[in-house]
Each structure stands twice: as structure tokens, then as C-alpha cells.
Design a protein around this ligand. Structure first.
Ligand SMILES: [Zn+2]
Length: 115
């Protein structure tokens, strides 16, 4: 399952980092998630709880920050961020609708809080 494999790879990153710092538990994980990813925060926490149980990250809270998607126009090469309100996939410079997604589907572990 898509979400499970993502949460498993996030858990791997977190555990590796926590072990490097000899942590006894992970309290909080700050994640940045591209606006166009289909990950739903409530589900991410649920899946994370599932994959992390019996690990030092078992009680960690996820803090999820959505980051804007970046689009590029194929007609004029203009790059722009996707407007959260209008959700328009048209170039803000020339009005072309021939645009591609530069970023917006990725996720990164920004920081973790350990003790
Ligand atoms: Zn354009």
C-alpha cells in the first residue's frame, strides 16, 4: 500500500537519526508534504502509529506542513507556485494551460524532536 510504504521509509529515516543521537524516544516529527501529494494528514498519523508501534518512535506526533506546488509553463518556461485558492493550472505569465509539475508530490522529514 502506498501510504504504508511511505510511512515505513519516513520511520526508517527517523529511527536512524534518533539512534545516531542515542535517543530513548521520539516525541515529534516535522514533515513537509507537497500540496499535490495525495497523503491525508489524519491517515498519515494512523499509518505511522501502525508501522512505528514497538519502536522508539511509537508515541511520536506528526506535524505536517503542506508546501506549495511549483509548476512550469511549457510555452514560455515561466515557473510559478500553484495558487491554493484558485487551484488554476494555467501559466501566470502567458496564460497557457500547457504546464508541468516541477515539485509538489514529494515529502521530507524536516526535523525530529527526541529525548
Ligand atoms: Zn507561460
Amino acid at each position: 500500500m502506498h501510504e504504508l510504504s511511505i510511512m515505513t521509509s519516513i520511520l526508517d529515516i527517523v529511527i536512524r537519526h534518533a539512534e545516531t543521537h542515542r535517543a530513548v524516544s521520539v516525541k515529534r516529527i516535522d514533515l513537509q508534504v507537497g500540496e499535490l501529494s495525495d497523503l491525508i494528514p489524519d491517515w498519515m498519523q494512523r499509518y505511522f502509529d501502525f508501522v512505528s508501534k514497538d519502536t522508539i518512535a511509537g508515541n511520536a506526533q506528526l506535524a505536517i506542513e503542506k508546501i506549495p506546488a511549483v509548476l512550469r509553463c511549457r510555452a514560455c518556461s515561466h515557473e510559478f507556485t500553484l495558487d491554493r485558492e484558485s487551484w488554476q493550472f494555467t501559466c501566470t505569465a502567458c496564460g497557457s494551460s500547457d504546464v508541468e509539475i516541477v515539485s509538489g508530490r514529494e515529502f521530507t522529514v524536516k526535523s525530529i524532536e527526541i529525548e
